[in-house]
Design a protein around this ligand. Structure first.
Ligand SMILES: O=C(O)[C@H](O)[C@@H](O)[C@H](O)[C@H](O)COP(=O)(O)O
Length: 273
């Protein structure tokens, strides 16, 4: 059996009746991963991206019991992608995460690794990769033994209706980037055109990857990303289908509309609510 098919089968699908239930389970999932990582490694490295996932996290993870039980001082925060806008711009993933979540919990400012908004995207990507390399050297960020890539404890992703994840868009040459950990694009099909993004090898080296996709406009891409066998070409360059953690675990958090095109007998290990 192909490795990709194996990896897909190991992934887990969680489908929820409401966004509130999804947010509740997502908060518990993140809190548990944090507890495990802090116990095993003494810290928890988490990378965010933009979109509605931040407001879903902000709904429950900042509240009781997590505001007291999560060891926020052991968190190290990163971004899987960032738009080339100022940090105080409404489109900044940093600002969205800060306003919607980080400002409500006690993560240390010195553990928040935002992407530089004062230099070119090329330089910002290079700087970010350098910072990550330093943290891998001192094992704040783990290392994936098979490819020496950073092994984040958790990478959180949204997914666009076109199946993009982070700033990895369908058919974009950046999908073939195997050498760099952090790269940039200047021609995003969605504004703003310039973005910085983790590459697929980094995402697929994480211990845990979670994709949060809600709404009917995601249903076809969710199906194309998850289904075991796909006819036709569209899925070939669908970034969400390229999420195949080598040693890690992939979990999809979906609401019913986003899961509406999935086959009832989908090969995934299901965790229906
Ligand atoms: O950078 C972007 O263009 C978007 O932020 C994007 O990457 C987002 O994560 C997805 O489109 C899902 O967003 P929603 O969950 O809000 O639909």
């Amino acid at each position: 059996m192909a490795a990709s098919s194996e990896a897909r089968k190991k992934s887990e699908l969680r489908v929820f009746e409401s966004l509130d239930e999804l947010a509740t389970d997502l908060a518990e999932y993140i809190a548990q991963l944090s507890e495990t990582s802090v116990k095993e490694r003494g810290c928890f490295t988490i990378a965010f991206s933009g979109g509605s996932l931040i407001s879903l996290i902000g709904r429950k993870l900042c509240e009781a019991p997590y505001n007291k039980t999560v060891d926020w001082t052991k968190w190290y925060v990163f971004w899987a992608d960032e738009r080339a806008v100022a940090k105080n711009h409404g489109d900044s993933n940093y600002k969205q995460t800060k306003d919607g979540f980080l400002s409500k919990v006690s993560v240390l400012n010195s553990h928040v690794y935002s992407i530089n908004d004062n230099v070119t995207v090329e330089d910002a990507a290079g700087e970010y990769e350098f910072a990550i390399r330093q943290l891998v050297k001192i094992r704040i960020i783990g290392v994936c033994e098979s490819n020496d890539c950073p092994k984040f404890d958790l990478i959180l992703l949204g997914m666009g209706p076109d199946g993009h994840v982070a700033s990895l868009f369908p058919h974009h040459p950046v999908l073939d980037q195997k050498e760099e950990w952090v790269t940039y694009i200047t021609n995003s099909p969605q504004p703003p055109p310039e973005r910085i993004t983790f590459t697929l090898p980094v995402i697929n080296s994480a211990s845990n990857v979670a994709v949060v996709a809600t709404g009917e406009d995601k249903a076809v891409s969710v199906h194309l990303a998850i289904a075991d066998a796909i006819d036709g070409l569209d899925a070939v360059s669908l970034p969400a289908r390229m999420l195949l953690p080598a040693d890690g675990k992939l979990v999809w958090f979906l609401d019913k509309p986003a899961a509406s095109v999935l086959d009832a007998g989908s090969n995934f290990s299901q965790h229906a609510e």
